[in-house]
Write a protein that binds this ligand. Structure first.
Ligand code: ATP
Length: 457
């Protein structure tokens, strides 16, 4: 196993053993492409969502948050092009009966698939023997629609076809008119959404990188078309600022301009933000200029006008859209890969997550030095209560000896540990240990809130 493979294995093991992420349905053998977030994973995820809402909604005047239905009808998804075209190239190897996603098969072999059609892909897969043989006649290719279909209603006659949304974006577009009529925003304005989306990926893999149930954080930013290039650059900077703010390793982040052949026909510009995951450089986020494609298509199919009238100039037009699109699960994987560290403390190896305090599941862990001294335990509970009231996610940890507690909190990325000892009872001071440096200092109990308010920023 090389270092990257080892890193991936360590992250997956840590996630399972420390309550971050579990294989969904594990008790029954597991469900491919689905994961459950455990207690710590849920806190981490929530912290990221809250930061997204804070940065992109609360700190702005021009962006609205919505939460649209996950199940969508056939009509909007036909209008958006998903029913007809949301597919990946699939190749079936008749020799083994196994199906693969053709483009990833090629890309994993270092072959650029930009502009390739499925027939070209099959030719190369056979010529290079990527499936262990060169027999083109054994390969069958087709486009596979990734949407998960369901039926709504009880009887087979009256039930209607619906889909689990493949992205959160369409829920925003079909609410455009509602937002305009209820909130009366002025262009430019944004609508943001965080939520689940579903894709029946042909080969889910790489832990939470390629899932069938995903969570996305998306913004549709509605603009005057004349402004598109300026706005695109603005959102590019915003996304970079976001990546830095949450603590991604910026040396591992790469911007990739998507070429004409691979860009959707309506998009004048798309950038993928790729990240050096342990299994290679892959898409983390996308930023796309979608023109007026979505609003025009929905207006056409729903037979409604989806326009904007500028209150100052009276000009009426269909706004264009800049779309920053971010996967929450990939964010978490990239954060874990950025934060995982190993070093040596007091002669023995340790691993820790150097997560920024804003995203760390617990900000502080409070411990009594010993469990069998009532005064110390009482004091520890008092300190715990004070810190929890101000900082929310604070852990109380009295399991095992102090050394073990430090290691456990380091492993889950808790930035600070507070220990109440015998001296604390006399001098009102506690020891505060820093996760990254392992250095300790004495701080007065009545100064702790001020101390951590600065430290946890
Ligand atoms: P890919 O090329 O990797 O399949 P995509 O280009 O289809 O991704 P988008 O449709 O742009 O992805 O989706 C927006 C974001 O949602 C992606 O940048 C990614 O962060 C996330 N995402 C998409 N598909 C998955 C998936 N199967 N598992 C986890 N996250 C995903």
């Amino acid at each position: 196993m090389n270092n990257d493979e080892q890193l991936m294995e360590k992250i997956v093991t840590l996630c399972k053993n420390r309550g971050f992420i579990f294989q969904a349905g594990e008790l029954y053998g597991g469900l491919a492409g689905m994961y459950d977030y455990g207690p710590l994973g849920s806190l981490l995820k929530n912290n990221i969502k809250n930061l997204f809402i804070r940065k992109f909604v609360e700190e702005r005047r021009d962006t609205y948050l919505i939460d649209s239905a996950i199940v969508m009808g056939e009509k909007p998804l036909t209008a958006s092009g998903h029913v007809g075209g949301f597919s990946d190239p699939l190749v079936l190897d008749q020799k083994t009966g196994i199906e693969y996603r053709a483009d990833t098969l090629l890309e994993d072999a270092g072959i650029n698939t930009q502009g390739m059609r499925i027939k070209d892909m099959l030719d190369v897969i056979a010529a290079k023997g990527l499936l262990g043989h060169n027999d083109l006649h054994q390969l069958i290719g087709r486009e596979f629609n990734l949407m998960l279909k369901t039926q709504l209603g009880s009887s087979s006659d009256s039930s209607v076809t619906a889909y689990l949304r493949p992205e959160t974006a369409q829920g925003i577009f079909i609410n455009y008119k509602n937002i305009i009529d209820s909130m009366h925003p002025k262009v430019p304005f944004g609508v943001a959404q965080i939520g689940k989306a579903y894709r029946n990926e042909i080969t889910p893999r790489n832990f939470i990188f390629r899932l069938r149930e995903i969570e996305q954080m998306e913004i549709e930013y509605f603009i005057n078309p004349e402004q598109w290039d300026l706005q695109f650059e603005y959102w590019r900077d915003e996304m970079l600022e976001w990546c830095e703010m949450i603590g991604l390793d910026m040396n591992k982040l790469h911007e990739v301009e998507i070429g004409d052949k691979d860009r959707a026909h309506y998009s004048k510009r798309t950038i993928d933000f790729e990240f050096d995951f342990p299994f290679g450089q892959k898409e983390l986020y996308g930023l796309a200029y979608r023109g007026d494609y979505d609003l025009t298509k929905h207006a056409e199919h729903a037979k409604t006008k989806l326009q904007y009238t500028d209150p100052e100039t009276n000009e009426t037009y269909v706004p264009h859209v800049i779309e920053p699109s971010m996967g929450l699960d990939r964010t978490i994987l990239a954060l874990l890969a950025s934060a995982y560290r190993e070093d040596e403390v007091d002669g023995s190896p340790r691993s820790y997550l150097a997560l920024k305090p804003q995203v760390a599941p617990y900000k502080i862990a409070v411990s009594p030095l010993v469990r069998n001294k009532d005064d110390i335990v009482l004091k520890a509970n008092e300190v715990f209560g004070i810190l929890k009231a101000t900082f929310g996610n604070v852990a109380f940890d009295d399991n095992g000896n102090i050394g073990k507690r430090y290691r456990r909190q380091d492993e889950i990325g808790t930035p600070f540990c507070v220990v109440i000892d015998y001296d604390s009872l006399d001098d009102g001071m506690v020891s505060v240990r820093d996760r990254n440096t392992t250095e300790q200092e004495r701080v007065g109990i009545d100064e702790l809130v001020t101390y951590f308010t600065t430290k946890l920023q």
